[in-house]
Write a protein that binds this ligand. Structure first.
Ligand SMILES: [Zn+2]
Length: 272
């Protein structure tokens, strides 16, 4: 696939004297996307680490990353934040002059089952101190076949927590204040929190409602009322296997246990 892609790139460059490069939007529009389960009308973010969409000066490097064996027994790969990803993050999820730098963070490629039951790669930025543990956790989720609809860095959602949640995107690092409006930095600002399938596992206030209308069905945590079998598998609660992995095996805190409001998507481990 990669070889064919590169061949097509060479062919395209030979035929057209335009330096837009491979993986332009026009080209990627005719190549099937990795994420096939779109639930919003917004344009699917283009991840430069995806060989279908990579298309800049470092596209070969990005393609090589993405071409790595996505299995490893279900365990992903960690690396320093690659140059092309730094470009994407700078001024979006990571503003200039804040307490966190690229050197504090790791970029993870994480194989997981999607909502169609097939394996795909996800991409996540986390605190470097947690990188190995996060890979261990997601390797366990892989073995459990816990479904994750999509996993892309929040920069492809304009750094917007709201947009990412609206697309049911699983993500971690984002330099922002807490959702609880305390004015304090969120654990996400340090890459020490992960939101998982946030549409299915919403943030619910004391009045029992959330702010995403497409998550309305999931404000109730009684899965007997839910219609989607996949959503039921993605449910996070105290008696689920994913809770057991994060909380009991790895000592993370779950936002669904909080008393003033419930953040069912949220696991965190503050190592800063
Ligand atoms: Zn969170």
């Amino acid at each position: 696939m990669i070889k064919l892609k590169k061949y097509l790139c060479v062919l395209a460059i030979a035929l057209v004297s335009v330096s837009s490069g491979c993986g332009s939007k026009a080209e990627s529009s005719v190549v099937p996307q990795t994420n096939i389960h779109q639930n919003t009308n917004k344009t699917q973010p283009q991840n430069p680490t995806d060989p279908n969409t990579s298309g800049n000066a470092v596209s070969d490097e990005a393609s090589d990353r993405s071409a790595q064996d996505i299995n490893h027994g279900g365990r992903g790969t960690k690396m320093d934040i690659p140059p092309d990803i730094r470009q994407v993050m700078a001024g979006v999820s990571l503003p200039e002059g804040v307490v966190i730098t690229f050197e504090d963070l790791s970029y993870l490629i994480i194989p997981h089952y999607n909502f169609s039951g097939t394996v795909q790669n996800g991409y996540m930025v986390v605190n470097k101190k947690l990188a190995d543990e996060v890979l261990d956790i997601f390797a366990e989720l892989y073995r459990l076949k816990y479904p994750i609809e999509r996993m892309e860095i929040i920069d492809y959602y304009n750094g917007s927590d709201f947009e990412s949640i609206e697309a049911n995107n699983t993500s971690s690092f984002n330099y922002r204040v807490s959702t609880a409006n305390s004015g304090k930095l969120s654990a996400h600002a340090y890459g020490c929190a992960i939101d998982i399938n946030p549409q299915i596992n919403p943030y619910v206030g004391q009045d029992g409602t959330g702010s995403h209308q497409n998550a309305k069905e999931y404000w109730s945590r009684n899965t007997d009322l839910w219609t989607s079998e996949t959503a039921k598998k993605a449910f996070i609660g105290e008696n689920t296997a994913i809770y057991d992995v994060f909380v009991n095996k790895h000592g993370w805190t779950w936002g669904g246990s909080w008393s003033s409001y419930r953040d069912y998507q949220h696991f965190e481990k503050r190592v800063y």
